[in-house]
Design a protein around this ligand. Structure first.
Ligand code: GDP
Ligand code: CA
Length: 337
């Protein structure tokens, strides 16, 4: 029997979690060739996507693709290893693109290939499939939607008291390091978007559904907001288990706390679980995993009907990531097998 695992994922947290899950499934369900018999489908946030220098960039899909392919820059945390930036330097001379958003040369190769296929009329889901055929990544990558949905951030106008202004999420995140207080997030194109082909089918046929320790607002939150997707998760046979991206009241990498405060959710493992919602109360989660540092919240959440487990949640290396993924998988499968 093939186990089908569906993961909702953003960029860096999603990529590390998926790499751990792939490893864990290779150990649990070996196929004799170093891979696993399990099927892993990642439904990936595309709200951070943008048009830049005439090219379509898809940061979260690329973080996952490069990480699973083993060609990511581990030290820097984004982009390709062994990268150069000659083209970016040229673009800057022409004032093309965003000077604060460097596109590496190897990375640009991916963006050119992607854009070329999009211009030929392929939907993003087909483009993602083509890109990932280059490397045997062992995970099916699905964008949450083929439609252009872009997260924008409404920020308070700087000091002039003249209302608010709207920035593309990338500008707020990368240029301003999320330091401009966000009033709200607006997903442009969301209302008319639809899940990409294969997304709902994957949810329906899943044996386990996992929420990676990704940004709850602009990664997982955006995926859940795609019309029809959340309802399908609620109707799924598989149990939905999330891994907390918050450890001891702090984000691990990045600035997700700035996103949580904008939607009025505290930066805590407990508050994020309540935000996703407990199944018994019509929410999404059948299970939740918190770090040992948050074991008090595990008791509180279990008491309100959400089975919650505490364990080390720092994805330091392949083994620690695999153990985290295994715990999430156990919690999801355990209650139905
Ligand atoms: P992005 O799209 O690159 O911002 O990445 P994601 O949305 O996938 O994930 C960002 C979140 O991952 C942040 O809120 C972090 O707190 C969380 N994260 C990153 N590394 C770890 C880790 O090692 N353990 C846990 N539990 N969370 C992590
Ligand atoms: Ca992202």
């Amino acid at each position: 029997m093939t186990v089908h695992i569906v993961v909702l994922a953003g960029g860096v947290g999603g990529a590390r979690f998926l790499r751990g899950l792939r490893e864990e499934t290779r150990r649990r369900y070996p196929d004799g060739n170093g891979n696993s018999t399990a099927r892993i489908t990642a439904i990936v946030n595309t709200g951070d996507d943008a048009w830049l220098a005439g090219l379509r960039i898809t940061p979260d899909l690329d973080s996952i693709l490069y990480t699973l392919a083993g060609v990511n820059d581990e030290g820097r945390g984004w982009g390709r290893v062994g990268e150069s930036e000659r083209v970016s330097a040229e673009l800057r001379e022409y004032n093309v693109g965003w000077p604060w958003f460097t596109l590496g040369d190897l990375d640009l190769g991916t963006h050119i290939a992607r854009t070329s296929w999009l211009r030929e009329g392929l939907p993003l889901s087909a483009v993602a499939r083509r890109l990932s055929e280059r490397w045997p990544i062992g995970v099916e990558l699905l964008p949450m939607t083929d439609d252009e949905v872009e997260t924008h951030v409404e920020v308070a106008d700087d000091g002039t008291g003249t209302g608010t202004r709207l920035l593309h999420f990338q500008e707020w995140w990368t240029r301003f390091r999320a330091a401009l207080p966000a009033v709200r997030f607006i997903q442009q194109g969301l209302e008319t978007s639809a899940p990409a082909p294969g997304v709902l089918e994957a949810i329906d046929s899943a044996d386990a559904i996992l929420l990676a320790p990704s940004n709850p607002v602009v990664s997982i939150g955006t995926i859940l907001a795609i019309p029809g997707l959340r309802d399908r998760l609620l109707a799924a046979d598989a149990h939905v288990v999330g891994v907390s991206p918050i450890i001891a009241g702090a984000v691990v990498r990045g600035m997700a706390d700035a996103c949580l405060s904008a939607i009025g959710v505290q930066t805590s493992a407990y508050a994020v679980a309540r935000h996703y919602g407990v199944r018994e109360d019509g929410g999404l989660l059948d299970g939740w995993i918190v770090d040992d540092a948050d074991s008090a919240s595990a008791g509180e959440l279990s008491a309100i009907g959400l089975p919650t487990e505490a364990r080390p949640l720092l994805m330091r290396d392949l083994d620690s990531s695999a153990a985290i993924a295994g715990a999430a998988l156990d919690l999801s499968l355990g209650r139905r097998l």
